[in-house]
Design a protein. Structure first.
Length: 226
């Protein structure tokens, strides 16, 4: 009986230590919001609100504090299709550690490029990588076709091969100024600057308003914006 009571006392002491640890080190998963704000297009309050969003996304399928590809697709693209080339490409570019999951800092740094305040250069670079499926440093005709076909399929549009080929022909006629059958980074940048609408999906306006989505967290911010 004495051993049992002593065991309970020890367990109680351990629980007190654990509770004290959790209280004394708040928001462990968030890390340093000011540091993240300095390194991204987000403000401190936006980083803190984004963390609340991250927690919701990371529990959608598996409650593990991390975002897997399925949770990512459900949250950002409102789809759980097993095959989604565009969603796969975006996730792969977000997944800088190449382990199939996203931690918060990884998520915030990558999502920063979609912030309305992110630089045009960052948006151009990211959009180029989206189409550079083989990661060769240039975009081939087949890569453009794969992305066009995938985008049309996911939007429910059904165009004939003839029309699709015509779209690709027009794209390369406009972009491939070196006439070598591929689009390099310089040509892509020039194309995008001439046709800014190509980047219309590279700005998610709700990221600027994210603090109004999760306002209660902002009021308890531990760090003030500069």
């Amino acid at each position: 009986m004495v051993d049992c009571i002593e065991g309970i006392k020890q367990l109680y002491i351990v629980l007190l230590k654990v509770c004290h640890l959790e209280i004394s080190i708040p928001r462990k998963g968030l890390g340093d919001p000011k540091l993240l704000a300095d390194q991204t297009a987000f403000s401190v309050s936006e980083i803190e609100a984004l963390y609340e969003l991250f927690k919701k996304i990371s529990t959608a399928v598996v409650d593990d504090g991390l975002i897997n590809k399925e949770e990512f697709q459900l949250a950002l693209f409102k789809t759980n299709k097993k095959e989604s080339l565009f969603a796969d490409r975006v996730f792969d570019l977000f997944d800088t550690k190449h382990n199939g999951i996203l931690g918060f800092e990884e998520f915030a740094r990558a999502l920063s490029v979609f912030h309305p305040n992110a630089s045009i250069d960052d948006k151009i670079e990211f959009s180029f990588k989206l189409y550079d499926l083989k990661q060769q440093g240039f975009i081939e005709r087949q890569e453009v076709k794969e992305m066009v076909v995938a985008t049309l399929a996911e939007s429910g549009m059904n165009l004939s091969d003839e029309v699709i080929e015509s779209i690709i022909d027009k794209t390369f006629e406009d972009a491939d100024t070196k006439h070598d059958g591929k689009i390099d980074k310089e040509e892509w940048r020039s194309l995008v600057l001439r046709h800014p609408s190509l980047l219309k999906n590279m700005s998610l306006m709700y990221l600027r308003d994210i603090t109004t989505t999760y306002p209660s967290f902002v009021f308890h911010s531990q760090v003030k914006d500069d």
